[in-house]
Design a protein around this ligand. Structure first.
Ligand code: CDP
Ligand code: CDP
Length: 224
């Protein structure tokens, strides 16, 4: 029998990638992999060490020596271990969100993390989400989705999520922050955010996560 296909989900911040990817993985019995968490963990370490994120050589050297592990936990939630320490909550802070795109634009950081990500998907049956999954990490993935939504809606979703965690960010500031992250992610030289030519583009501004999950599951069933 064919191995289970890999599913690549890319798109900008707050589009709903993690929510949808986790649900698809749960419903199909696949492994969920959040590659953004890996860039966030490397950013946390760089900031803790007082490294200048505009200084690619030292950040790249640190990234090549760091250990970042994603451990599947209850209900397909991932635990993120940085050199063995559980940093799952810390990497979601607004401070990390504001800095992560700088770390992710460093080619040596990407080279190291992309290698780990390719390894994780070798057996098939993963739902991997990020920015360059369909284009760079899993160019042969049988199913590629580019999930997007309006800036206003993405900022609204992200604010609600942060509010539940005790952070208050106003709508205007949130829109500015995600637009700045989109700008860096789409304009960097190394593996920029762009839909793979064979990706299905889904604008989910007015779709529930359940609807998007159904669209992706239907794709998987018709691929078999
Ligand atoms: O969840 P959210 O959309 O806020 O972001 P994330 O998926 O946690 O990714 C954080 C950042 O990591 C992105 O803004 C990118 O700069 C970077 N990233 C990347 O460059 N390549 C990936 N495959 C995943 C994330
Ligand atoms: O991973 P990404 O940054 O693309 O987005 P996310 O963290 O999965 O989603 C951000 C928020 O939007 C979450 O609180 C989701 O529950 C919500 N969401 C939504 O309201 N409608 C969707 N179709 C998808 C996600």
């Amino acid at each position: 029998m064919d191995p289970k296909p890999n599913i690549a989900i890319d798109g900008p911040a707050g589009a709903g990638k993690s929510t949808v990817a986790k649900m698809v993985a749960k419903e199909l019995g696949y492994l969920y992999i959040d590659t953004g968490a890996m860039y966030r963990a490397v950013t946390l370490k760089a900031l803790r060490e007082g490294l200048d994120l505009n200084e690619p050589v030292s950040v790249g050297e640190m990234a090549a020596a760091v250990s970042v592990e994603l451990i599947a936990g209850d209900d397909h939630n991932l635990k993120v271990l940085l050199d063995g320490e559980d940093v799952t909550e810390q990497i979601r802070s607004p401070h990390i969100s504001r800095n992560v795109s700088l770390t992710a634009s460093i080619p040596a950081v990407r080279k190291h993390l992309v290698k780990l990500q390719k390894e994780m998907a070798k057996q098939g049956g993963v739902v991997m989400e990020g920015r360059d999954i369909g284009t760079v990490v899993l160019p042969d993935a049988r199913i590629k989705i580019y999930l997007t939504a309006s800036t206003e809606e993405r900022a609204r979703r992200r604010r609600e999520e942060l509010f539940a965690k005790g952070y208050h960010v106003d709508q205007e500031q949130m829109e500015a922050e995600i637009l700045e992250r989109d700008r860096i992610d789409t304009s960097r030289e190394a593996d920029p955010l762009t839909p793979a030519p064979d990706a299905e583009i889904i604008d989910c501004s007015s779709f529930t996560a359940e609807k998007v999950v159904k669209m992706i599951k239907d794709r998987v069933l018709t691929e078999r």
